[in-house]
Design a protein around this ligand. Structure first.
Ligand code: ATP
Ligand code: MG
Length: 253
């Protein structure tokens, strides 16, 4: 179980201190699939960065299976089995897609060369990419945003993680590949022991959730069920402004 207790995060800008996360308390239970949703700028990616150890909380503690991990860096958290697929994945100069995926697979399957090659192809298929077209492409800016996004998701899928966070996996991904990706998450949840957190605004992803966490204004606004949140989304707006402004559909939009 990953537990966050009293997590706050403040960032320093040139002339002020900005409160980004405020007293976040949550327990992520093993093997559950959580969807984190909420308005843009609410603090979802900031929370993911704190879980991965990219940013250090201003206050509060994190623990994994009872072990305090607040002071551990990214590498140590990765060794404990925490992984994060970025909202905007980084590009890599000088390595190709196969090498990038091999780095992840290697850590899981030392010495199983044949299985490794075949797994690399399966990984790309799982995110809707044809292995023969992509394995030897450079993992740099020559890949489109959607291609790089899917390759990064494949690299996270390749690791047998204890806790995986996917930050808006749908961003920039076409409808056909997205359907395949949603199936892949569903399979991952069914067949692996990983606790999965998907930051998403997509109905198809919300449908996969065991629990939905709504983050808004740096706070947890609600921990709820997919049924409730999906009903709220389809609910006609209560706002009387006469436009389709979204007010009254939950999440304090
Ligand atoms: N280093 C920083 N300095 C100043 N403001 C920051 C910093 N990092 C994040 N923020 C602000 O904190 C808020 C939360 O950002 P975050 O990226 O976590 O939002 P989000 O919920 O992931 O939004 P989105 O749905 O658009 O991805 C935003 O208003 C953002 O501008
Ligand atoms: Mg974000």
């Amino acid at each position: 179980m990953l537990e966050l207790r009293g997590i706050s995060y403040y960032a320093e800008t040139r002339n002020e201190t900005v409160r980004i996360l405020d007293d976040i308390n949550i327990k992520f239970e093993d093997r559950k699939l959580y969807v984190i949703t909420g308005p843009n700028g609410g603090g979802k990616s900031s929370l993911a960065r704190i879980i991965m150890g990219i940013n250090r909380p201003t206050a509060g503690r994190l623990s994994l299976d009872g072990e305090d991990i607040t002071d551990l860096d990214i590498t140590s958290r990765a060794r404990l089995g925490i992984g994060y697929a970025f909202q905007n994945p980084p590009r890599f100069k000088g390595i190709n897609v196969k090498q990038l995926l091999d780095i992840s697979v290697q850590s899981e399957q030392v010495g199983q060369t044949d299985k490794k090659a075949c797994d690399t192809c399966a990984l790309l298929n799982n995110v809707g990419l044809c292995a023969s077209e992509y394995l030897h492409r450079d993992a740099d800016t020559s890949l489109s945003g959607g291609e790089m996004k899917r390759i990064e998701i494949a690299s996270i899928l390749s690791r047998n993680l204890k806790f995986a966070v996917f930050d808006e996996p749908e961003a920039g991904i076409d409808l056909w590949s997205f359907a395949k990706l949603a199936e892949t998450f569903e399979n991952m949840h069914r067949t692996r022991n990983t606790t999965i957190v998907i930051i998403s605004h997509q109905e198809r992803i919300l449908e996969l959730a065991d629990e939905v966490i709504v983050i808004s204004g740096g706070k947890i606004e609600e921990v709820t069920t997919k049924q409730k949140i999906l009903a709220e989304i389809t609910h006609t707006s209560d706002c009387s402004c006469g436009t389709d402004c979204g007010k009254g559909v939950g999440m304090n939009a």
